[in-house]
Design a protein around this ligand. Sequence first.
Ligand code: NAD
Length: 452
Amino acid sequence: MKFEPQHVGSWTRRRFVQMGAITALAAGPLSSVDLRADAPLRSMIGVAFKKRDPRIAIIGTGGRGTSLLGDLLAANAQVVALCDIVAAKAQAAGASVVKAGQKQPDLFTNGPHDFERMLKRTDIDFVVVATPWTWHAPMALVAMKEGKDVAIEVPGVTTIEECWNIVNTSEQTGKHCIMLENCCYGYNETLILRMIHAGLFGDLLYGEGAYLHDLREELFSNAGEGLWRRTEHTKHDGNLYPTHGLGPVANYMGIQRGDRFAHLVSMSTPHRGLEEYRKAHLKPDDPRFGEHYLTGDMNTTLIKTASGLTITVKHAVSTPHPYDRINLIAGTKGIFEDYPPRIYFDGLNKDESWEGIEKWKEYEHPLWKREGEAARQNGGHGGMDYIMLYRLLQCVREGLPPDMDVYDAASWASVAPLSELSVSQGSAPVQFPDFTRGQWSSRTASAIATQD
Ligand SMILES: NC(=O)c1ccc[n+]([C@@H]2O[C@H](COP(=O)([O-])OP(=O)(O)OC[C@H]3O[C@@H](n4cnc5c(N)ncnc54)[C@H](O)[C@@H]3O)[C@@H](O)[C@H]2O)c1
């Protein structure tokens, strides 16, 4: 059955509390969420954006916010307000909006809560959040409560409570909260997704995703992410950044669309990388020698889906490693693995050898066919950033539902806190909450795969 919003009906508070209690038992302690007693919870699955050319505000105009701004401007998006605690960053971003031929956006630079003042404005439709991780949830919640759709940067939100908070607030307000998981829009990822939907890989069995990226220099930088991201390594041991590897594999497998993450187990190696880097590169009296890191240098998490498929997700950012997201998917008829992209199909490849993906160009995604040139010219990360934002704008401008919704955001983000919980309990199995409250089994495939 094709899923339509009316199949969901509304969820009473009582029903939600019942479901929440089951999840709490399964996934560890959940504290209460911000619920108005009388507010019905209505599923956001399949809910279309209000059709309009959205007036956009960005919170966080650092490295990522500036890069997203460039792509938004290239896609002719209207940017009306910018917010950053560092006035010079907001001003520089504002100058690029003016350079693109738009009027000077209003700047909000009066401290860490000035975003709240900005979000009270009624001439903002859509908010992009590109701040440090712990700010994503508070900013997304205020945006939705102020009547705006919101897109948060990866890794989305950081606790199970925050996962439920974005789901509940989205359902209560009728506003979307999506995660800007750009890797879902990569050239290879969208091509493989279409090949999977054409049945070329047979029945899927397992996948692998990763974030293997040597960030040691960046983590110790005195600017940008060095100002906040290293701190996360002093607080958690688990997979801190799961979604770049996991999002595309979840799309391949139709997670939240006929299948769902059921449980995970997770284990980490010892942590040595940041300690050794610090010893080699910092002066002996540097205050950062007082930091105690917790994050294992390699975290490996194994997820089992409700249909029995398995997914391995890895995270390693503090040891030498060439950039790699693995991006592997395997089924009964073949296997694809990235870095470099290679494919093997039963009966097609000789001598059990891999082949490149060039000959499968007929499966190139329509978005890349149409916008690939602009993407490669404008977009970061090989063009996938531009493709993601172009498509997001298209969904709003044409009044379509988003490709990735709040349930995707919550379930992908939940791997970080759940992996931490498993690691802390000797790699014990940990159940995933069902953020869709049962709707995952009746949905159709991701719009990324199905659009023409
Ligand atoms: N999808 C991707 O490929 C990708 C790439 C890089 C970063 N990111 C993500 O983007 C986010 C931002 O990362 P970044 O590299 O731009 O970091 P950054 O440190 O360069 O930028 C963060 C910005 O947020 C501002 N900020 C902090 N607190 C604020 C507040 N309360 N109100 C307003 N502004 C505030 C900072 O001043 C800074 O300018 C992170 O979630 C990161 O993981 C994603």
